[in-house]
Design a protein around this ligand. Structure first.
Ligand code: 5RP
Length: 262
């Protein structure tokens, strides 16, 4: 399989495969959104089919719900599940404290609600997502459509008093119209370049009228599983203070995942 996948897809796959081993029979599992999370859903689907693993999944987007159903995972809403054992999701950036920027795929609101409603959040990532300081990836902020230009102006103004290097923002587009999230909102991407105090920025952004939620995940993630193109994985647990290396072996049968390669 590794011959058929690019190093980046191999990295995503091995991270997802390693993280899928955290899922136990009977668990209620939050299912993240994005290309790495899609690998995870496929890996779990494979365990459902081959081992008879019994889980219920709470997807964080309509895209993920569709994949989960396709691979045979029982899908329920968060209101049905109420509280989850575990959420596994991708990320756009993570730092040494396992704080994150998420929302590149436009699903940050449901992702944050689902992760917060879980005993544990595991993030799966390729090694390019690790950063010294958060902020090179534009920070997504979900805003309601009403008056979004005013919310944008207010956010840009407040960024001048924040510990960031850039104050510009852009509305995320889908062809020639603003992108619409699963919750019917828009996304502003903040080009802050570098964030000095992510906790403070997250709190202040959520005070702006029109802002629903921002993509900073502070003190939410417990474990990051980082995949590499050669099959190595690192498992970092912020609560236990441990960092372990492992290796995921490929089987020819893993070719069922090929449809997910970019
Ligand atoms: C979606 C997200 C994704 O987890 C994040 O964008 C990473 O995506 P990918 O695994 O495709 O790189 O936050 O809102």
């Amino acid at each position: 399989m590794s011959e058929n996948l690019s190093p980046i897809d191999t990295a995503k796959f091995v991270a997802a495969k390693r993280a899928s081993a955290f899922v136990e029979d009977g668990m209620k599992v939050g299912l993240g959104t994005g290309s790495t999370a899609a690998w995870l859903v496929k890996c779990l689907g494979e365990r459902v089919q081959s081992e008879g693993l019994r889980i219920v999944g709470v997807p964080t987007s309509t895209r993920t719900a569709e994949i989960a159903r396709q691979v045979g995972i029982k899908v329920v809403s968060l209101d049905e599940a109420r509280w989850l054992d575990l959420t596994i999701d991708g990320t756009d950036e993570f730092d040494a404290e396992l704080n994150l920027i998420k929302g590149g795929g436009g699903a940050l609101l449901q992702e944050k609600i689902v992760a917060t409603a879980s005993d544990q959040m595991i993030v799966i990532a390729d090694a390019s997502k690790r950063v010294e300081k958060l902020g090179a990836f534009p920070l997504p902020v979900e805003v309601i459509p009403f008056g979004w230009q005013t919310s944008k102006a207010l956010i840009e103004e407040l960024l001048f008093s924040m510990d960031v290097l850039g104050q510009k923002s852009s509305i995320r587009m889908n062809r020639d119209a603003p992108y619409v999230t699963d919750e019917g909102n828009h996304i502003l991407d903040l080009h802050v370049k570098s964030i000095g105090n992510a906790r403070q920025l997250s709190l202040v952004l959520n005070q702006v009228p029109g802002v629903v939620e921002n993509g900073l995940f502070i003190d939410i993630c417990d474990v990051v599983v980082t995949g590499h193109g050669d099959g190595r994985v690192e498992v970092e647990d912020i609560n236990a203070g441990t960092r372990e290396e492992d290796r995921v072996e490929f089987a020819t049968s893993d070719n069922i995942f090929l449809d997910l390669a970019d």
